[in-house]
Design a protein around this ligand. Sequence first.
Ligand SMILES: [Fe+2]
Ligand SMILES: [Fe+2]
Length: 195
Amino acid sequence: MSIIINNSAEEITNQEVLSTHNYNDWNCDYLSDYIIQTHHQYVKNAILQIKPLASEVIELHGTKHSELAIIQSLFKQISNEMILHMKKEELVLFPYFKKLNQAKSDQTSVDRPGFGSVKIPTKVMETEHETAGIMMQRLSKLSNNFTPPDDASNTFRVLYEKLKEFEADLHLHVYLENDILHPKAIALEEVLLAS
Ligand SMILES: [Fe+2]
Ligand SMILES: [Fe+2]
C-alpha cells in the first residue's frame, strides 16, 4: 500500500509542476490534446482504482462508518457523468475546436455548425462541470475534507488520498476548459464566422 501512497504524492507533485505551464499561450488544438491526454486519461485511470478501493473499504469499515456508502454512491454518480461528459468533449466539441484552429492556420473560413455557435455546447459543458463540482464538494464534506478517522486502515487512508487527488485534478481540468479553452474557442469562432 505504501507504493500507492508514494505514487499519489508523485502525481500531486507532477500536477504542481504542470500548473506552472503557461496554458494561455497554447492554441485550441494543443490544449484539447493536452486535456485529453492528461486529465481525461487521469480520470479514467483513477475511476478504475477508486471503485474497487471503495468496495474494499466499505467491507472493512462500512458498518461503523455509514458515510462510506454515500461516498461510494456519490463517486459512482460522478464517475458515470464524467465518462459521458468526456466522451462528448472527445467526440464532438474538441474536434470542432481543432477544426477552428486548422481554419485559422489555413486562413480559411468555417461553416456555421449544426449547434449554431460554440457558445451553446460550451455552456452545457460548464453546467455539467458545476454539477460535478457540487457532487465532489458533498463528497469532500462527508469525508471531513478527506481526513481518515483514527481507526482507518491503510486502504481507507489510500482511498481518501486518491479521492483528494481526484478532486484536485478536477479543479485544474475544469479551470483549463472553462477559463482557457472555451473562451479561446469562442473568440476564434467569432473571427472565423465573420470572415
Ligand atoms: Fe474534459
Ligand atoms: Fe469538461
